[in-house]
Design a protein around this ligand. Structure first.
Ligand code: SAM
Length: 286
């Protein structure tokens, strides 16, 4: 049975404890204290968490709780808490449950009347949003984009007309394919922010219209590397301004002879329209 000033006296509890997403100084003092005081730490990867614990000189026992055993082991942990233990849940990085294990455990704890105490802390989606320059009043975190192009484009079509900022986690080996699919669905004008290696030495936050962001990423292999978050500006009515029949006809004729980009640029000049809007219209309609 745990009894300390840090932990709520004598109330067996599950603590949700965020850990750093890169910079080890981003752990809170309260997180270190809770991890030190609890009876057990449920960790996504005990070896990975072991390194963090030894850095902070924490000697608490760990227990593996990952995607593959969570449903089965959550009950064991609930029983341990009901018997009087206090447990902390951590993932490999950031806030547990945010694209990480923990949902089943928290749900079972709440169903069993076990107290769940969340600690605030590092989380890549919030860290990225706060510096993105995109509207932060309404946003939708969508987790990881599907790995295959068909699933990815389906997902992107679902958020295409969403006026809130959409946020995805993405992995380094799929970033270019994901950006290409975004270009196809959202068009070249949509502003997208790539936030990579947050809190680490090579932290980069770059926001550009999609067509330019793709070029920017392609210019340097390092820009595709590391951990990354993609943030998409919400849909704006003016970017889909009506293309007149006349402009559509010009574009269609030119596009037979020229690459669509060039055809869109000439049509834009002739009809005083935005070339990126025409390019997107051409992709969708020609
Ligand atoms: N629970 C974590 C959180 O609170 O952000 C996220 C875990 S999820 C398995 C890992 C993904 O989060 C990475 O693939 C990447 O998309 C994003 N991520 C984690 N750390 C990051 C960082 N330092 N910079 C950018 N993205 C990061």
């Amino acid at each position: 049975m745990t009894d300390s000033k840090i932990l709520s006296a004598n109330i067996p509890t599950l603590y949700i404890v965020p850990t750093p997403i890169g910079n080890l100084s981003d752990i809170t003092q309260r997180a270190v204290e809770v991890l030190t005081e609890v009876d057990l730490i449920a960790a996504e990867d005990t070896r990975h968490t072991g390194k963090l614990l030894s850095y902070f000189n924490i000697h608490t026992k760990t227990f593996a709780l990952h995607d593959h055993n969570e449903q089965q082991k959550a009950q064991v942990l609930v029983e341990k808490i009901l018997e009087g233990s206090s447990i902390a849940l951590v993932s490999d990085a950031g806030t547990p449950l945010i694209s990480d294990p923990g949902y089943h455990l928290v749900k079972k704890c709440r169903q069993a009347g076990v107290r769940v105490v969340p600690l605030p802390g590092a989380c890549a989606v919030i860290t990225a949003l706060s510096a993105s320059g995109l509207p932060s009043d309404r946003f939708c975190f969508e987790g990881f984009l599907p790995a295959k192009s068909k699933g990815r484009t389906d997902k992107l079509r679902q958020i295409e007309k969403s006026t809130a900022t959409s946020i995805f986690y993405e992995s380094t080996h799929r970033i270019q394919d994901a950006l290409k699919d975004m270009l196809e669905v959202l068009g070249p004008d949509r502003e997208v922010v790539l936030a990579r290696e947050l809190t680490k030495t090579f932290e980069t936050i770059q926001g550009l219209p999609l067509s330019e962001l793709i070029d920017w990423v392609g210019e340097d292999d390092n820009r595709k590397k590391g951990e990354m978050v993609l943030l998409i500006h919400g849909y704006r009515e003016e970017s889909s301004k009506e293309i007149s029949d006349e402009a559509a006809r010009t574009l269609a004729i030119l596009a037979k002879e020229l690459p669509l980009k060039k055809a869109a640029a000439i049509t834009a000049e002739l009809h005083q329209l935005k070339k990126n809007a025409l390019y997107k219209w051409g992709l969708d309609n020609l």
